[in-house]
Write a protein that binds this ligand. Sequence first.
Ligand code: ADP
Length: 266
Amino acid sequence: MIILKIGGSILTNKDSLESEVDSSSLKRIAVEIKSSLDKSDKELIIVHGAGSFGHPPAKKYRIGEAFEESEYPQKRIGFCETQNAVKKLNMLICEEFIREGLPVVAIPASSFMTATNKRITHGNLDSFRRYLKKGFIPVIYGDVVLDDELEICVISGDQLIQYLAMNLNPDRVILATDVDGVYNKNPKTHDDAVFFEKFSSLEDLDTLEGTTNVDVTGGMVGKIKELLYLADLGIESKIINAEVENNIYKVLENENVKGTVISRGN
Ligand code: ADP
C-alpha cells in the first residue's frame, strides 16, 4: 500500500484569496497516477490538502481557538463554511481523477473522525481497507472535525497522513509539494537554502518559519513534525516536488526522484 499526499500548494493557487484550482497541475498529476497504475496494480490512498479553499474560512472564523459559549452559532457556521469549501475542492479533484479513469472514492474526515486538542483520536479506517480490497482509491483531505476539548478544529492533510500511516501500515508514504523537499530554511525566500536528502531532527532547521502562504496548519514545519512522529514509529516518508513533471509517476514506480527522506535512522 502506498499513501500519497498531494499538497494544497500544488492543486490550488494558495497565494490567491479566491478558491482556485490549478487545473493543469491537477490534470497532469491525474495522468501520472493513471500511467503508473496502468503499469502495475497498486493499493493507493490519496490525501490532499485544503489549499486556498480551506485556509481562508478556517482563518476567518479562527477554527481551533478556544471560544465562549455565546460564540458557538458563529463558530458552527464557520465550521460549515470550511467543510463545504474543502468538499468543493475535493469534488473538483475527484471529478478530474475520475475523468482520467481513476476509481477514487471520497471519505471526508468530518464524517467519521474526531479529535482531542487538535489531534485525531477517533476514526475507524475499516472503510479504507474495504474500498482498497475492492480496487478503489480512497481519498481523504484536510478538513474540520469535532474536538472533545475545543468543540471544533482543523485537521491538516499532513496530520491525516500521520494517522493513516500509523494505523494502516503502508509500504510507502509520499508527500508531494511545491519544493524539492526540506531545506535548512525556506528555499522560496532564501537563495542560499541548503537541501537535505535525509532529515531526522527539527534542530537541523535554521528557523521554524512556516511558509510564505496563507496557512493555518503550519507549512513545512507542520509537515515535518507529523513525519517525525511517523519516523519515531519506524515509518519512513519522502517529500518530493510534484511541480516537476513525471515526479509523481516516477516515485509511484519506485524510480529515483530527488526528495527528502524523513527518518530517525542515519
Ligand atoms: P503543501 O500545501 O504542499 O502541503 P505547504 O505550502 O504547507 O505545502 O508547505 C510547503 C512550503 O513550505 C514551500 O512552498 C516553502 O515555501 C515552505 N517552507 C518553509 N520552510 C521550508 C523549509 N525549511 N524547507 C522547505 N520548504 C519550506
